[in-house]
Design a protein around this ligand. Structure first.
Ligand code: SF4
Ligand code: FES
Length: 366
């Protein structure tokens, strides 16, 4: 095997550290794999600390501590301090329900730069139903206040779907009230458990049009006060999103057991081999690992992507979606209007919106 780095491969910008799949919430839109990593198989603190050093040496700029619920790990402060020691910007993606003032103080002292706090809605009762955790919304309000009192940057994360899209204006107001810097309104990505809830969660075209009007007006009204980011629902677009900004281009994910993944759903792809941080240095995995090389660039593409003028913009869309809907991981993302399988997406939309009362299935098994 050559030791040289492949030409045109830059270091990753961000590392998603999935510390644990354990989570007190049971959201039906969870995109974690159906088969969760057991607590006994999670990486040890020393391994994560070494990963932070290797990430800094590789050139990673930001670490996102996520899960499941990352605050279940009592070594989180130690990992944040290690990340900071290696010049990494630290972001905690959390439901907040396990946090209190002493723990937030400890995280702050460790050097935590930013918190992304998830909200299931703008109103307590409905939000708690969506998350499957009674009292969760009230707790999040408290945590947001504690975070801002310590001067930590705050983003509100709101995953939106058919059951809460009408609350987007109220969520924007909530972000202002809580003194957040940014709100990320992200449509459900139908991977992992969320795929089982497609019929219960996919918005209608009309809902989506109303949402776009709400967001356009809010961006004007709140300019300079709140950054509003929006992740649209894939299925209604004519072109796919550039998933992960291109496979193996900017992002690296490490699952709770230490497997290094090009995207957090990559384990759904059969026949792929993923390296472990326990067996191979991160730099080697990024530049030379089989999984990262598999769909990097455009050389792997079939038609119509191969000769398409947009191939360097969307990189053929999402591999996991191509596999899930077309049954072929190398196919054009079926969301694309040029895909021969676009009809399958339209059929999924039609089936989902024809079932407005589809049951909402809670995530289990954590
Ligand atoms: Fe993107 Fe491929 Fe569709 Fe072209 S054909 S727009 S590259 S997904
Ligand atoms: Fe895996 Fe898009 S979620 S490539």
């Amino acid at each position: 095997m050559s030791d040289s780095k492949p030409e045109q491969v830059e270091p990753p910008i961000a590392l998603l550290a999935e510390l644990s799949h354990r989570c007190p919430l049971r959201c039906g839109y969870c995109s974690n794999p159906l088969e969760l990593t057991r607590a006994s198989a999670e990486l040890e603190p020393d391994d994560w600390c070494r990963v932070m050093r290797e990430a800094g040496e590789l050139g990673v700029l930001q670490v996102h501590f996520s899960g499941g619920e990352p605050t279940v790990r009592q070594d989180l402060e130690q990992l944040i301090a290690h990340a900071r020691q290696h010049d990494l910007y630290t972001n905690l993606i959390t439901s907040g329900v396990l946090l209190d003032a002493p723990r937030i103080d400890a995280l702050y002292r460790a050097g935590l730069d930013h918190v992304q706090l998830s909200f299931q809605g703008s109103e307590a009762k409905a939000a708690d139903v969506i998350g499957g955790y009674f009292g969760g919304h009230a707790k999040k309000l408290e945590v947001a206040k504690l975070v801002r009192e310590r001067g930590i940057m705050l983003t509100l994360n709101a995953v939106v779907h058919r059951r809460n899209l009408h609350q987007v204006d109220a969520l924007l107001e909530l972000a202002l009230e809580l003194d957040a810097h940014r709100i990320e309104i992200a449509s459900v990505q139908y991977n992992g458990w969320a795929r089982r809830n497609l019929a219960a969660l996919l918005p209608t075209q009309e809902q989506l049009e109303d949402l776009m009007k709400t967001l356009d007006a809010a961006r004007v009204r709140l300019l300079g006060r709140l950054v509003i980011d929006f992740v649209p629902p894939d299925y209604y677009g004519l072109r796919p999103k550039p998933c992960m900004n291109g496979w193996g281009r900017q992002f690296i994910t490490i699952n709770p057991a230490g497997l290094v993944l090009p995207c957090h759903s990559a384990e759904t792809i059969p026949g792929m081999t993923f390296d472990s941080v326990l067996e191979r240095p991160l730099e080697d995995i990024w530049y030379r690992g089989e999984a990262f090389s598999r769909f990097r660039g455009t050389g792997w593409m079939q038609e119509p992507c191969r000769s398409c003028e947009f191939r360097e913009q969307d990189f053929g869309g999402c591999r996991c979606q191509a596999l899930a809907v077309s049954g072929d991981v190398t196919a054009t993302d079926p969301v694309c209007e040029f895909s021969q399988d676009r009809g399958k997406i339209d059929a999924l939309i039609a089936a989902a919106v024809a079932e407005p009362d589809a049951p909402y299935l809670y995530r289990g098994g954590s």
